[in-house]
Design a binder for this molecule. Structure first.
Ligand code: NI
Length: 137
């Protein structure tokens, strides 16, 4: 980490006590790390809203014996192969699969891909983790 800058922050005592309690619960080593993470999270949110390059993690749970569903998920992924970095398939139990897809691209495109996949009939759970592209933040 380069170019660290120290700055002072004035906060109400009660808020700081609550914050410190939260940091202990979450095993944060320092306030600096916690505050840096909070700021970074907001900046990443901003990137997602500004159609910048981002990384998204799409998780889907579906029933594997529904062949038309599996085939539809594959079609969508092949159609967006330029966005997809990797995918992992986990056989959760006799009936259910978990698929984790890592996508990198413009936030609008990644959001669209996540919506298309989550929207497939038979997908029981779908979520998108909005992460940074790792370049600036
Ligand atoms: Ni499976």
């Amino acid at each position: 980490m380069s170019g660290l800058v120290r700055f002072g922050v004035a906060l109400e005592k009660k808020i700081l006590e609550e914050f410190d309690r939260l940091l202990r619960t979450r095993h944060y080593p320092t306030r600096s790390k916690a505050i840096g993470d909070l700021i970074r999270k907001e900046l990443v949110n901003q990137q997602w809203q500004s159609d910048r390059t981002v990384t998204g993690i799409i998780a889907l749970v579906y029933e594997h014996h529904r062949r038309e569903l599996v085939s539809r998920l594959m079609d969508i992924q092949h159609h967006h192969h330029d966005l997809i970095i990797s995918s992992q398939h986990v056989h959760l139990d006799q009936n259910h699969c978990l698929e984790i897809i890592v996508a990198r691209g413009q936030s609008g495109e990644v959001e669209e891909l996540a919506c298309l996949l989550q929207g497939v009939k038979g997908v029981k759970f779908g979520t998108l983790v909005r992460a940074s592209a790792g370049e600036e933040l």
